[in-house]
Design a protein. Structure first.
Length: 443
């Protein structure tokens, strides 16, 4: 399967636009095309947890044949073996890529392996469905998007709610001017993917079936600690392996804000919450972004603030809701003509004057996010969160994670140079080195 080329002048324009404007998401969504095929040969990186959900959704497409899986923990492959008895099972994704003929793969592993696994597949011409956040580090997101674009490969990030009626409707209402021009945004999640406790000072036996070296992957070697400190449940809390609450839920909840406002790269980011400790992310984050204006916002600079754990928007913002209950997770968009609440996940709520009564809301459909990816691989339609959209979105999220390391310090960001311009120390967290033997071409 080789990609069908878009019109040359269009492609050239998009490449220059991406370089000049940080891959504005509303410009690049029609890059993906591929000739039809009767069958897509698919593999999964990961067999349990979110990988199990992803691979089952993908396999439910009538044109997919599941040919292989790679999982570092053999104890999590049992259900896969039962459902797909003819598929091969590997521990090392690199061996799978070397031995199998596949068209597409889903990367549904812990965050620290998203980039090396996704890039290894892209370098081999394999189309990639990558779980959120797209990568663990900012540089990795930029590189994955660039390679996917250059190779004209089909990509999709696993923010499946992007394809839901609820988030599509919220974006459409903003674009239709239902609350006028947006002047500020507040967005939050109640989840608490952090840990301020002490790291256990012990070494536990590695569970049977788990290849600890392969699980560590690109990260530095260290002893295994059991009782869920790392695997399988709490790696999201750890600096080296996860990206905290914001990395987990921010990619979902920030998505309709990013798309509706057509945001590009932020100008600056400031953390007002606690800093991480030596090994784990903090909770109760308050992260203040400043974005340049877009056609969906008032002129000037646009503040967007994230809260997680127990933190929420200030009282003067919450007072705008009146008797409308505050969702456990979601966003408030304050416009010149009204206010929109986007719950996670439910239909948006319009408050204030507003230009559009609820009886006049447009009809907005939904899509199967996973099938959309497979259809695009077959040359039918295009994906809605290709890496040219989800890469910049992930970069924004990860900038907030970096900011938490420099509390009460405004970090000024130069997106074109991929650097903080005023706090040089922060640049150490834009790109990290990989463990020897785990170097990945393109990263």
């Amino acid at each position: 399967m080789s990609p069908r080329h878009p019109v040359t002048t269009r492609r050239a324009f998009l490449r220059s636009a991406v370089a000049a404007t940080f891959a504005a998401p509303f410009i690049t969504r029609d890059l993906i095309a591929r000739p039809p095929s009767s069958q897509v040969l698919h593999a999964s990186f990961g067999a349990g947890g979110m990988a199990w959900a992803d691979l089952n959704e993908i396999a439910s497409h009538k044109s997919v044949r599941m040919v292989a899986v790679a999982d570092v923990d053999a104890s999590r492959t049992g259900e896969f073996r039962k459902k797909f008895p003819e598929a091969r099972v590997y521990a090392d994704y690199r061996e799978l890529l070397d031995k199998e003929k596949i068209d597409s793969v889903n990367v549904s592993t812990p965050d620290h392996m998203h980039a090396p696994q996704g890039m290894a597949a892209l370098q081999r011409g394999v189309h990639v469905y990558g779980q959120k956040p797209l990568t663990h580090d900012i540089y990795e997101s930029r590189q994955l998007a660039a390679v996917a674009r250059r190779k004209k490969l089909v990509t999709q990030m696993g923010i499946q709610i992007h394809s839901s009626n609820e988030y599509r409707l919220a974006t459409r209402l903003v674009h239709d001017g239902s609350i006028g021009k947006v002047r500020e945004v507040h967005t939050w999640s109640s989840k608490q993917w952090g840990d301020n406790g002490a790291m256990p000072q012990r070494t536990d036996p590695v569970p049977a079936g788990l290849d600890w070296n392969l699980w560590l992957g690109v990260c530095a070697d260290r002893p295994f600690i059991g009782q869920g400190w790392y695997h399988p449940g709490n790696w999201r809390r750890r600096l080296d392996f996860g990206t905290g609450t914001f990395g987990d839920m921010g990619c979902h909840i920030f998505d309709p804000v990013f798309g509706a406002l057509e945001l590009t790269a932020p100008l600056s980011v400031t953390s007002r919450g606690p800093a991480p400790n030596a090994h784990s992310w903090a909770t109760d984050a308050v992260i203040e972004y400043v974005f340049p204006a877009t056609r969906q916002t008032v002129p000037g600079k646009i503040p967007v603030t994230w809260y997680d754990g127990t933190k929420r928007p200030p009282a003067h913002v919450l007072s705008l809701l009146g008797k409308t209950p505050l969702p456990d997770q979601g966003s408030i968009l304050i416009g010149t003509d009204g206010v929109m609440v986007i719950p996670h996940v439910a239909r948006p709520v319009l408050l204030g004057a507003g230009k559009l009564g609820q009886s006049n809301w447009p009809e907005v459909g939904s899509a199967n996010h996973w099938h959309e990816f497979i259809d695009a691989v077959r040359g039918v339609g295009k994906t809605s969160t290709p890496f040219d959209y989800s890469g910049p979105l992930t970069e924004c999220i990860l900038l907030g994670s970096v900011a938490t390391r420099f509390r009460d310090t405004t970090l000024e960001w130069n997106a074109s140079k991929l650097r903080f311009t005023n706090v040089k120390e922060a640049n150490a967290f834009v790109r990290r080195g990989y463990r020897k033997g785990w170097e990945t071409k393109g990263l």
